[in-house]
Design a protein around this ligand. Structure first.
Ligand code: B12
Length: 236
């Protein structure tokens, strides 16, 4: 019997076939840079009963393929931009479907941003949104953020967690600058730092004594763990 409850086997269940088809169409629309189709396809996927994480996984997989094609010089910068736009439009459709956890008190305050020299924000925005819907207070500083700004905002808000996103290899230096400045100001060990983005590895995070998460779901789990410890007092 099929998992949808019908008598057919999975391979011949029309509902499953429909779901696989629409997910493939979502993937293809990003890969083929079809910005105008993505919103209706993502809506169709939701209508077919496909879960938000499943759709997001497929969209992220498509972005990785786009990145590989860029690396292989099959795609140009303009193609990356189109793919990014398609992803963003698809994500807008998914956003209202993320379940919001209402809490009287936020779990913790998180300052988040993409480090200096780096303007990639799709993954950072996903993490930011997921943390918000899970009940964190999120101060999203945006992209290309210098170390001083991260530290200033962390002190000002009394944030328990500082989340840094980096997609370029060259951005690792910017992360080190933030960590260095935290140390200089005696804040390291007071605020918990979490890193993410394709430039960051678990090993790198370990070297700079920061937490690491591979994706937005893991980021939420890790931030919940880190939120167990409240350290900084807001500046008065
Ligand atoms: C889209 C894209 C762009 C778009 C960005 C648009 C935007 N608004 O973000 C544009 C066209 C602007 C762009 C520009 C460039 N890009 Co670009 N880009 C990409 C691409 C294809 C996809 C990135 C993406 O959005 N992925 C989808 C999201 C959902 O995934 P994600 O970012 O990994 O995020 C997830 C996790 O990493 C994690 N995460 C992310 N952030 C955080 C933060 C925290 C705290 C945590 C816990 C977790 C976390 O959770 C997210 C959700 O699950 C990647 C390829 C790739 N494999 O990453 C290249 C890529 C990152 N770009 C690359 C390059 C080289 C560039 C340029 C230098 C190109 C150029 N010649 O100008 C410029 C740099 C501009 C700059 N100064 O930053 C290279 C980087 C190579 C390297 N090792 O340094 C890549 C890897 C492509 C490649 N294979 O060559 N790019």
């Amino acid at each position: 019997m099929c998992i949808c409850g019908g008598i057919e086997f999975i391979g011949s269940c029309p509902k499953m076939i429909g779901m696989v088809r629409v997910l493939k169409a979502v993937y293809d629309s990003i890969l083929n840079l079809e910005v105008e189709d993505i919103a209706s396809l993502v809506q169709k996927a939701l209508d077919e009963g496909i879960s938000v994480p499943q759709i997001l996984d497929k969209m992220t997989e498509a972005m990785r393929t786009v990145g590989r094609k860029f690396e292989n010089m099959e795609y140009f910068l303009a193609d990356l931009l189109m793919a990014a736009e398609a992803f963003k439009q698809g994500f807008q459709i998914l956003k209202p479907h993320l379940q919001t956890f209402r809490r009287s008190e936020p779990l913790a305050t998180v300052v988040i941003g993409t480090v200096k020299g780096d303007i990639h924000d799709i993954g950072k925005n996903m993490v930011s949104t997921m943390l918000t819907v899970e009940g964190f207070q999120v101060m999203d500083l945006g992209v290309d953020i210098p170390a001083e700004k991260f530290v200033e905002e962390t002190e000002k808000t009394g944030a328990e967690i500082l989340a840094l996103s980096a997609l370029l290899s060259t951005s690792l230096k910017s992360i080190e600058e933030v960590i260095g400045l935290l140390e200089e100001k005696n804040l390291k060990g007071k605020v918990k730092v979490i890193l993410g983005g394709t430039a960051v590895t678990r090993d790198f995070a370990r070297q700079v004594h920061a937490a690491y998460a591979e994706d937005a779901v893991q980021a939420v789990e890790m931030c919940k763990k880190l939120a167990g410890k409240v350290f900084l007092q807001p500046k008065t």
